[in-house]
Ligand binder design. Sequence first.
Ligand code: FAD
Length: 396
Amino acid sequence: MLRITELKLPLDHPDEALRDAIIQRLGIRDEQLISFNLFKRSYDARKKNSELLFIYTIDLEASNEAELLLKFADDRNIGVAPDVTYKYVGQAPANLEQRPIVVGFGPCGIFAGLLLAQMGFKPIILERGKEVRQRTKDTWGLWRKSVLNPESNVQFGEGGAGTFSDGKLYSQIKDPQHHGRKVLEEFVKAGAPDEILYINKPHIGTFRLTGMVEQMRQDMIAMGAEVRFQEKVSDLLIDDGQVTGVVLESGEQLHSRHVVLALGHSARDTFRMLHAKGVFMEAKPFSVGFRIEHPQTLIDKARLGKYAGHPKLGAADYKLVYHAKNGRSVYSFCMCPGGTVVAATSEPGRVVTNGMSQYSRNERNANSGIVVGIDPERDYPGGPLAGIELQERLEA
Ligand SMILES: Cc1cc2nc3c(=O)[nH]c(=O)nc-3n(C[C@H](O)[C@H](O)[C@H](O)COP(=O)(O)OP(=O)(O)OC[C@H]3O[C@@H](n4cnc5c(N)ncnc54)[C@H](O)[C@@H]3O)c2cc1C
């Protein structure tokens, strides 16, 4: 398999033009190109006032790959395609004695559960909130009727904190082993559009996410997993420094020496319980701020110039950073093109905002978090839970 990068074509090119461009770039005959696959598509918006081009990365099979590798040995845009297939770390033994427990069914718990299930470990997954359809009703209850359910809301329930979101599927972490690819492939299996595999900044939007989350749950159950909702873990069983199980709020005990705590960001009661039990924890830097909105047409014009509103580009995004003289950095975060600002608290008496959108991103406004990085040494000294106390004061 070969890879070509930086293959550029005009925005309005017909679909067939891609095959022609590959053949031309490699200087081969049509029958020598066996197959090709779009690995990535992006565009460079800095050239918005001249010609805006799509930039492709293509993986392909050709009948004369060895010959092509020699021919393009000095061309950094043509080479062997990396192996992006996911490698499992192991398989469950035939005589599996204890099923692992996963606490939380957000992205972390879903993927921990899914991979364990795919490796044959039949995990038990415990989620304090409700299944996604019931949870959706409770979340709209807050938005429409100002009624908060502290156990079923934007943060808690099937799918975790990002279920009602823009469904942005990219991050800035380095991913040399292509683990992100596995995530995207699983999402496509669960009903996400194929394009998330190749467009530069893929997103899914709230409506599709809810259906995908349900599908992933059903697939896990078919592989032997058990998913239990409205089951809050209220205590850990620890014997001689080794976890041996969990206690549910109902009083039921589940025993396992393998417990994944996929608790997310908002389960402050559970963090406090873990700290009291002596589980190791440390304070980390994070960012705080507010949400800002602009008309989407203003952002489109600023980012895409004469291409604003082009159907192949959709609503434009932006990213801003400011490095202040005092050493702090302020930056835009989780920018939602064509989206909505939503109330996102899980606790009474507090205000938290976040952004969400639908797949079409066709709401009137763009919104973005504007945040400043803060850290334990300067801003919240006083132990692992001091950052949570600061958040609670700000939210109140
Ligand atoms: C409105 C909104 C929009 C967002 N948009 C994006 C986006 O577009 N792209 C993006 O990458 N990120 C987005 N995020 C952030 C993203 O949702 C989080 O980074 C992600 O959900 C973290 O995953 P997680 O599994 O670690 O935790 P969570 O998603 O928080 O999941 C943790 C789960 O654990 C459960 N739980 C907690 N304590 C217990 C307990 N004691 N017992 C049982 N269950 C428990 C919770 O109910 C929850 O369902 C958004 C977040 C919000 C709120």
